[in-house]
Ligand binder design. Sequence first.
Ligand SMILES: Nc1ncnc2c1ncn2[C@@H]1O[C@H](COP(=O)(O)OP(=O)(O)O)[C@@H](O)[C@H]1O
Ligand SMILES: [Mg+2]
Length: 267
Amino acid sequence: MDSPPVILQVEGIFLTFGGVMALNGVSLAVRHGEIFSIIGPNGAGKTSLLNCINGLYRPQRGRILFNGQDITRLPAHRRARMGIARTFQKTELFKNMTVLDNVRLGRHIHMKTNLLDALIYWGRAEWEELAHRAFIEEEILDLLEIGHLRHRVVGMLPYGLQKRVDLARALALEPRLLLLDEPMAGLNLEEVEDMARFILEINENPRWGVTCVLVEHDMGVVMDLSHRVAVLNFGNKIAEGPPEEIQNNPVVIQAYLGEEAAYATRR
Ligand SMILES: Nc1ncnc2c1ncn2[C@@H]1O[C@H](COP(=O)(O)OP(=O)(O)O)[C@@H](O)[C@H]1O
Ligand SMILES: [Mg+2]
């Protein structure tokens, strides 16, 4: 069977901050439909890599291709419009706004009507607004089971639900590629199970069919969800393969999983 085409190609990315080498020639290829995980110790360069992919950071060397198109020099909003969405390690939400308004901001770039149009064809603008709102309310909030919270102020919600709103905001873009930066961090066991279920649904349900790049420390989640896993250590990719292979790779165990296992026994 032929493998699905590559959606994201990262070619030899170098990124330094002063003397710190955050990414040291990292390459990888993610295929349509995959959940591709990136693991590694704190400071390994995982968030920096996501930032290079969505355009928050500009690597000093290397290329990034999205569906074959070179996006290395495109600003973040152009990449978002092409279908690259992102959640954040420490959610980036407007804490004093409602769930619905946060999600609508994620959707905003899909609104075609500009201000002039809105003045001339008020009816169309109004209709679009309603249609978008219906789309957001019905599909995304329902999917993530937060419809009943739509008018709640985000900052007042428990952290686990804020992470879900952050995911809703990213989904409002109807992305083709979703970058998830530690979606399980700070969640309790039940919330982790819910979040894993949502990520699987977004990936597997053809209505969404979103390819995911997942940065995550929870190894149970990584092993359960991922089609392939890459391991970063001090800005270098030290391994890549199917989850069961990564779990048994001695280099990975020494660099990372050993440390996690030691951490697990200390808890
Ligand atoms: N904006 C920044 N300014 C300076 N150094 C940074 C910045 N972002 C990341 N770094 C450095 O790059 C390295 C990788 O960080 P990061 O990508 O956040 O790692 P991870 O997400 O794997 O924990 C670290 O040494 C970090 O201090
Ligand atoms: Mg990080």
